[in-house]
Ligand binder design. Sequence first.
Ligand code: ADP
Ligand code: MG
Length: 232
Amino acid sequence: MHNISNSSLPVLLKACELTKTYEEGPIKTEVLRKVNLSLREGELTAIIGKSGSGKSTLLHILGTLDTPTSGELLFEGVKLTDLSSSEKARLRNQKIGFIYQFHHLLEDFTAKENVMMPLLIGSYTQKEASELASEYLAKVGLYDRQQHKPSELSGGERQRVAIARALVTSPDLIFADEPTGNLDALNAKTVFKLFYDLVHAKGTTVLMVTHDEGLASLCDRVLRMQDGVIDA
Ligand code: ADP
Ligand code: MG
């Protein structure tokens, strides 16, 4: 296991002294306590930590889905706190992908429509979106399942659709929150390997939460989180 970053690679995302505190009446919950972190281009970093240690909160803040209580976040050197919410939404759509433990696919839409969605939200035409969605579903081995709805797919297949949906916009950065957490060990490994090969081929930067030491050890770098801090 290693947590030393390959310092010759450029930094894509840098977090400085991030904190997140929830206040409900007199009760304060410090979920993040001065997190410092740099994600370098093309690196696949795993975060391991107990449930409740703040991993999902950290991913949401790094992915601009949530805001920190204090601290600074720089994406390609640009301060994210200086961006308006529409600029952040554009950054998310164009440069960031998310994959969750429970895929979050839209149940009323086919696999292909789910993968087309981020392209249609962006500036792609229907035809471009259709072609790219098919291409990415083929990459995850689901070319012949494009017209199936999520309920007609297995757990592993649904996670593969979610991977295709996250990758289809060619984001620079992907956040994956226990992307294989609801799969059995064999399926988890197969889906992870597929994901790993795809992101490495494209040089995508990835931050992945996992409970699985085996999968973490396959990543370029492993961080450990405990009570809202990343162990040095
Ligand atoms: P992990 O992903 O490592 O399991 P989370 O980031 O989901 O951890 O949660 C970290 C802590 O933050 C937990 O103790 C959780 O109860 C608390 N928490 C998360 N969201 C809220 C919220 N909206 N209000 C208060 N506490 C919260
Ligand atoms: Mg979590």
